[in-house]
Design a protein around this ligand. Structure first.
Ligand SMILES: C[S@@+](CC[C@H](N)C(=O)[O-])C[C@H]1O[C@@H](n2cnc3c(N)ncnc32)[C@H](O)[C@@H]1O
Length: 275
């Protein structure tokens, strides 16, 4: 693992700690464990797009502490496996599965090492919300994804649109781009102490690094890795307050305030491996 990903892992260990234990965490562990069915669910976008996961063997890459992995299990998956490089998040995921009484397998490892760590292929490989901006090499990532999709199986991806990454998260509206839309090998360094899921958090681990991956490069990498695109959808909503002046809307999502030009804030891809 390079020094940038190692720094990100330190940050994710602390973020996982906050997200799992804080009473203010938007993850809502109590609702997930004790609320009536559906109190804590996936976001509106993936709920509308995913379709039935009944009976599927699912691999969830970059699963954090596995709440979405376990939500997929609750929706009737045959098996769920989550992978994340944060040892803190993986320990929490195993604990959360036990507390929820859900059978799931959680594996600690860098996504790029996943083919060495997991000896199986899946009906559905699932990657959502806050994932590829932490990864330096999108072609290698796409090869990992494709490796795990069974022939005839599906890859579902949903994440923030790279257009959002060209803005300063903290700048007040009106805003203008400050970062390149296009990929550069060297990452953008950030020094931040807040969390997207807990407004009261003040993190000790400030440094992190991100890479932008333009939509065209993501799509082309998946095609080059052997997947066939079913669709690419763009949305004017995203799953967290990615820019300071965004407003909450339905389904656990955020959008730009009324009257502002609509920009793509997230996008999804569904792709299949040919039989
Ligand atoms: C924003 S979270 C994903 C959240 C997930 N969608 C959810 O809703 O819980 C990003 C996750 O990616 C993981 N991650 C970042 N870089 C990684 C890498 N190179 N390999 C594996 N996991 C990584 C982090 O540890 C973190 O848990």
């Amino acid at each position: 693992m390079d020094e940038f990903q190692a720094a990100n892992r330190r940050k994710w260990n602390e973020l996982a700690e906050v997200h799992y234990t804080s009473a203010n965490s938007a993850y809502g562990i109590d609702d997930f464990l004790n609320g009536p069915e559906g109190t804590r669910d996936l976001h509106k976008t993936e709920l509308e797009e995913l379709g039935s996961v009944e009976g599927l063997d699912i691999l969830h890459l970059q699963c954090h502490f596995g709440m979405d992995t376990l939500l997929l299990a609750r929706k009737g998956a045959n098996s769920v496996t989550g992978l994340d490089f944060s040892p803190v998040a993986i320990a929490q995921a195993r604990e959360l599965a036990e507390r929820a009484g859900i059978e799931a397998s959680f594996i600690e490892g860098n996504v790029y090492d996943a083919p060495k760590l997991i000896q199986a292929t899946y009906d559905l490989v699932y990657v959502t919300w806050g994932t590829i901006c932490w990864l330096p090499d999108i072609d290698a990532w796409a090869r990992v994804v494709a490796h795990f999709v069974k022939p005839g199986g599906r890859f579902y991806f949903l994440d923030q649109h790279p257009v959002v990454l060209s803005f300063d998260d903290y700048a007040p509206a009106p805003h203008a781009p400050v970062y390149d839309y296009f990929h550069k090998p060297e990452p953008l360094p950030f020094e931040t102490s807040d969390s997207y899921a807990d407004g009261s958090a003040v993190l000790q681990t400030k440094r992190s690094y991100e890479w932008t991956h333009p939509v065209g490069e993501v799509v082309t990498a998946l095609i080059d890795a052997g997947l066939r695109l079913e669709y690419l959808h763009e949305f004017d909503t995203v799953a967290w307050k990615a820019l300071a002046f965004m407003e909450p809307c339905e389904g656990g999502l955020y959008r730009l305030p009324e009257g502002m030009p609509r920009l793509p804030l997230s996008y999804s891809i569904s792709a299949r491996k040919p039989l």
